[in-house]
Write a protein that binds this ligand. Structure first.
Ligand SMILES: [Ca+2]
Ligand SMILES: [Ca+2]
Length: 357
């Protein structure tokens, strides 16, 4: 197996390419070990290998012999005062056009030939490029300085910046500036007024969370409902949506996504389908909510106590929170709007499946 690798590198890199530097990210890639095998092999060692069978090795070695012969037979180049440095080794591109350094690629770096040395080296891919670190217990895997790294606790939103500055997509039918701020502790969203220019509007923030993330994690968000008008069936001024399909305008979610979303009134939370609710003062301060989804169904807990269950929840790789509807006051007498502070949204590992222990 090793000989195969070495032959490959010989063909690809011409002279000098047997040596692969560890590069700037030496701890990244098991491929380094394979490539490094023959880095220091002297010519005699290679000859020993070739004795077994390989006439191709003889071809590769022949130039060396020619060079040695040339040392004595062609003194002109070395004597010339105008040409004391051999042009073959200085200023030449030692990387043939067809060189392939992909053998040493890692998830966040690519092998590239150094034209000055003819050696394949690792070059980092851009930071924040999505990648896979191979660990299902980490999420949000992205490249960072050539390494792929994920987090056991994946933070989706914090209080330091408005959602759009943290990668969330904003969907709204408001034409005036949206009343959303961040003060370091929490993100504050107000569609209820009186500071909001318009009432009866919707503002939803959505974020891509792979469906598979719920296999190993639960969705946790910490929120204080400052005020909220009552929800109506499949519509809510304060909502958390386990699945959401954004649209450019009036993206309320599909009917199934709306029926399985969680509404927050001032005195209760529940499934918007009306299939379950729990009394809760959502306005008395921050509460920590958790949504767990697996093959057995879905559950919602508040501050560690399960309060809602559901036989199933359909995921689609996008979650959303905010004011989900532009309904007017027709249904409940008040437009379903809300005023909330959200200090944290994150994916937390599930110890019951072996993550986060
Ligand atoms: Ca991972
Ligand atoms: Ca609304």
């Amino acid at each position: 197996m090793v000989r195969g690798v070495v032959s490959f590198v010989l063909l690809a890199c011409s002279q000098g390419c047997l040596e692969i530097k560890e590069g700037v990210f030496g701890d990244l890639d098991t491929a380094d070990d394979a490539v490094l095998v023959d880095t220091t092999l002297p010519p005699d060692s290679r000859q020993t290998d070739s004795q077994e069978a390989d006439s191709q090795e003889t071809d590769a070695v022949e130039p060396d012999a020619a060079t040695v012969a040339g040392d004595t037979a062609e003194p002109v180049d070395t004597v010339s005062a105008a040409d004391t440095i051999t042009p073959d080794t200085v200023g030449a591109d030692l990387c043939p056009l067809d060189i392939d350094c992909s053998l040493i690629d890692t998830p966040c770096s690519v092998g590239a030939c150094n034209a000055a040395t003819g050696i394949c080296e690792l070059v980092a891919r851009p930071d924040l490029l999505p990648c896979d670190d191979g660990d299902p217990c980490t999420l949000g895997d992205v490249c960072a300085q050539g390494a792929c790294r994920g987090s056991e606790v994946w933070t989706l939103l914090h209080g330091e910046a408005v959602p759009t500055a943290q990668g969330w997509l904003e969907t709204t039918n408001q034409t005036s500036p949206i009343d959303v701020t961040a003060d370091g502790e929490a993100v504050e969203l107000n569609t209820l007024g009186p500071s909001s220019v318009a009432t009866g509007t919707m503002v939803l923030y959505s974020f891509e969370v792979p469906e598979s993330a719920f296999d190993t994690h639960v969705l946790e968000w910490t929120m204080h409902v400052l005020a909220a008008n009552p929800h109506n069936p499949s519509d809510a001024g304060v909502a958390l949506m386990p699945a959401y399909t954004p649209m450019p305008v009036n993206g309320f979610g599909t009917s199934s996504q709306r029926s399985q979303m969680i509404y927050f009134d001032e005195d209760a939370i529940g499934w918007a389908s009306g299939t379950g609710s729990a009394s809760l003062d959502t306005t008395d301060g921050f509460h920590t909510y958790r949504l767990a989804v697996d093959d057995t169904g879905a559950s919602v807990s508040v501050d560690g106590t399960e309060v809602l269950t559901r036989p199933s929840v359909e995921l689609n790789g996008i979650i959303a929170f905010g004011d989900q509807t532009n309904d007017g006051p027709g249904v409940t007498g008040l437009p379903p709007d809300g005023h909330i502070r959200v200090s944290l949204i994150q994916m937390v590992p599930r110890p019951d499946v072996g993550c986060g222990q």
